[in-house]
Design a protein around this ligand. Sequence first.
Ligand SMILES: Cc1cc2nc3c(=O)[nH]c(=O)nc-3n(C[C@H](O)[C@H](O)[C@H](O)COP(=O)(O)OP(=O)(O)OC[C@H]3O[C@@H](n4cnc5c(N)ncnc54)[C@H](O)[C@@H]3O)c2cc1C
Length: 372
Amino acid sequence: MTEKVKNLIVGCGLSGMTAAAELAARGERVLIVDRREHIGGNIFDARDGQTGITVHRYGPHVFHTNDEKVWNYLSRFTDWHYFMYRVKALIDGREVNIPFNLDSLHRVFGRKTAETLEEKLVCRFGFNRRVPIGELKNADDADLRFLGQYVYEKVFAGYTAKQWGMSLAELDASVGERVPVYTGRDDRYFHDKYQAVPDRGYTAMSARMLDNPLIEVRLATDFRDVRGKISYERLFYSGAVDEYFDYEFGRLPYRSAEIVFVTRDCEYAQSGPQINYPENYDFTRSVEYKYYLDERSDKTVVSYEYPQAFAEGKNERFYPVPRAENEALYRHYADRAAALQNVYFFGRLGDYRYYNMDEAVRRALDLIEGVK
Ligand SMILES: Cc1cc2nc3c(=O)[nH]c(=O)nc-3n(C[C@H](O)[C@H](O)[C@H](O)COP(=O)(O)OP(=O)(O)OC[C@H]3O[C@@H](n4cnc5c(N)ncnc54)[C@H](O)[C@@H]3O)c2cc1C
């Protein structure tokens, strides 16, 4: 016999959970399924059994937003550990602030060169401004052009080639031109008004979002296995849009990563939460998790991220690959999706778009608000 539900949500990530919480708040019943064995999708975190440190299984997550509505919305489900993210990159063997700023100049160049560049940057663009390197590379001053090229090569090119596994020429060219240099000493990675991590972790926040008697969660349940066995009035689908249509037009490419976690027998292993490696090694970044909630232990957990292509059954879809031909392929699926009745695609997989967490929440809130 076919099971009947009012709202079926596929995907128990941040997008699916926001939709579920909103529908339930309206008094509607929801069944949410996920093929994984845990809630939260890619924001899932858990305490490491050996050290007690909260580890983000799918890579480090810091919530940051200027969207007041989203901040207030998530604040209903969690208190926050306020946390300004700081990232360093190892360039020519030295740890340098990323985004590249005036202090970075003094880390990589001798005093005279650094002072000359600093003066030129501040005179030309003002103090504390964000200057895309495309602008530096095209400047009428040879020193500024040199700096633009230096940052492009040292900070961007190597990291990006590793991250995407292809030459820069094959990627959307505008990405490289937008890499910023800051003409100030603010070393924060993000500049949003709100920056934090849920104080008891993302999984605790997720559990609160789902804590409504109108929401039923079924884990280890793949939509492909229940398709046709559950009938619904509405389907909210935050899984991969190409998979929903059985790859009718071909597969949408994603980049993934193998994340290797290592426990080290020391209090701290690195100088901050994230170090990027544009030049050395096969991994792109190393991440030390105790920094995120300022947790204490005499040991520490660090992860190393090795980018690789997404392959079904082997790893997870992380990032849509930013190329015009992939966007064109996605458009075919988007047209098919738009023609369906009472089926709504959303989330980073449903929309084939990289969303930060705040954007994923906003997209789900707007979607549900628009559905009568
Ligand atoms: C490495 C990495 C680091 C990130 N760091 C940050 C950060 O620091 N700050 C930030 O704001 N954002 C960050 N993000 C983005 C953030 O992870 C996303 O915004 C968020 O996870 C999107 O949630 P989602 O629900 O759309 O997708 P997901 O979390 O991927 O959820 C989709 C869910 O659908 C399930 N699913 C798919 N197909 C099926 C099916 N057929 N049947 C059943 N279930 C299915 C999947 O198992 C998955 O759990 C990062 C992303 C990555 C990849």
